[in-house]
Design a protein around this ligand. Structure first.
Ligand SMILES: *Cc1c(COP(=O)(O)O)cnc(C)c1O
Length: 402
């Protein structure tokens, strides 16, 4: 495309809807005219002459050098996701955990402190408690929805606040705007893991957050095909994260970037469908005997309903519920299903079912489980894209076993 046309397209995309950004931002055209983005399966790039190599290395001339630094397929995914989140820049990573680690390495040093929601992805807990602790970085874990405890937990050495909203598996909602204000008043950054909503449903940067974390493994790919991650934010912050990637190496592979960028093209459609089915399923489960409670922020009785309505455009695809009869009943329910997959993964076209107390949250002590609301009868479902009547029938199979 000519330079003029490219500039015009960029201007169109700046004000375009997220569905258009998902498809057209970061599109990669080559001299061969391929319509689909190619996979640049190359470790390094050649230069026309020694002077060009020197200019690239010195940063005087833009361009690729080596795929640990940058790669056109990876850049295409990064440009698309950055536009969708409303950020200046995205840095793609090998996994969601690599995104969280790269952020920590970029902004923390010995003696620093994080305030994190207690209900974050289990491995994030382990990273903070076991590994960052080894390097003299401490973390205080707080209840996601209690602004006062966030405020009290901030210390002089706190560098950032970290959270996921909605939380997993209880679908609690944090007030991103208020937490961003709190963080900024105290000289901290707000980091939001936006894995559950994705930019299709929630854009935390526009609500004041500074950094977005993604596990591209979940909804961004959306079809359970690969592992990947991303960090999104402004130029200045992302320059720090990029420095970590280039030096430490947990970069996204071109093949995984290609899968994730194809996933992004259909993200809005999929998230709408996941959310629609999850709401129908949550309402249906709530109306059944044998169920103690349903956790889904799309239910009007849910404490997070009003806030979710305010900061999300739909309620997402993950819900959980408590069956009467504790662990035995929960296991019976899960084992009686046939269609949904028994796996702890989520964000897939395939619906999944899991028993958090003995899988994702199994390493917590009984006291910690109680505190986190992980009851023995709790079951989590990540609602996929199967026909909703078939999903209801499968949930009925579970109920019939109780
Ligand atoms: C899965 C997940 C991660 C970690 O991502 P990986 O790609 O598995 O490393 C981080 N945060 C949330 C909310 C997740 O669900």
């Amino acid at each position: 495309m000519s330079i003029d046309k490219e500039a015009e397209l960029r201007a169109i995309l700046d004000s375009a809807g997220i569905e258009t950004k998902a498809i057209r931002a970061g599109q990669l055209r080559t001299e061969y005219g391929s319509h689909g983005e190619p996979i640049f399966a190359t470790s390094s790039f050649v230069f026309d002459n020694a002077a060009q190599a020197a200019a690239r290395f010195a940063g005087d001339e833009p361009g690729n050098i080596y795929s640990r630094f940058s790669n056109p397929t990876v850049s295409s995914f990064e440009d698309k996701l950055a536009k969708m989140e409303g950020g200046d820049k995205c840095v793609a990573t090998a996994s969601g955990m690599a995104a969280i680690l790269a952020t920590a390495l970029a902004f923390l040093q010995q003696g620093d402190h994080i305030v994190s929601s207690r209900s974050v992805f289990g491995t994030t807990n382990v990273l903070y408690e076991k590994y960052l602790q080894k390097f003299g970085v401490s973390t205080t874990f707080v209840d996601l929805t209690d602004l006062k405890v966030w405020e009290e937990a901030i210390q002089d050495n706190t560098k950032y606040l970290f959270l996921e909203t909605p939380s997993n598996p209880l679908c609690e909602i944090a007030d991103i705007k208020k937490l961003a204000e709190l963080a900024h008043n105290r000289g901290c950054l707000l980091v939001v893991d936006n894995c559950f909503c994705t930019p299709a449903l929630q854009r935390p940067l526009l609500l004041g957050a500074d950094i977005i974390i993604h596990s591209a493994t979940k909804y961004l790919d959306g079809q359970g095909r690969s592992i990947g991650g991303a960090v999104v934010g402004n130029e200045e912050l992302m320059a720090e994260v990029y420095g970590v990637l280039r030096t430490c190496g947990p970069t996204m592979s071109p093949f995984n970037a290609w899968i994730a960028l194809k996933g992004l093209e259909t993200l809005s459609l999929r998230m709408r469908a996941h959310s629609e089915s999850a709401l129908i399923l949550a309402e249906w489960i709530q109306s059944q005997a044998g169920i103690e409670k349903v956790h889904y922020s799309g239910l009007k009785t849910n404490p997070g309903y009003a806030l979710a309505l305010q900061q999300q455009s739909a309620f997402g695809g993950v819900l959980s519920f408590v069956v009467k009869g504790g662990r035995d009943a929960a296991w019976k329910y899960i084992d009686a299903t046939r269609l949904v997959s028994i796996t702890a993964n989520l964000g897939d076209t395939k619906s999944t079912i899991t028993h958090p107390a003995t899988t994702t949250h199994g390493r917590l002590s009984d006291e910690e489980k109680q505190r986190a609301g992980i009851e023995e009868g709790l079951i989590r479902v990540s609602v996929g894209l199967e026909n909703i009547d078939d999903l209801i029938s499968d949930m009925q199979r579970g109920l019939s076993a109780l």
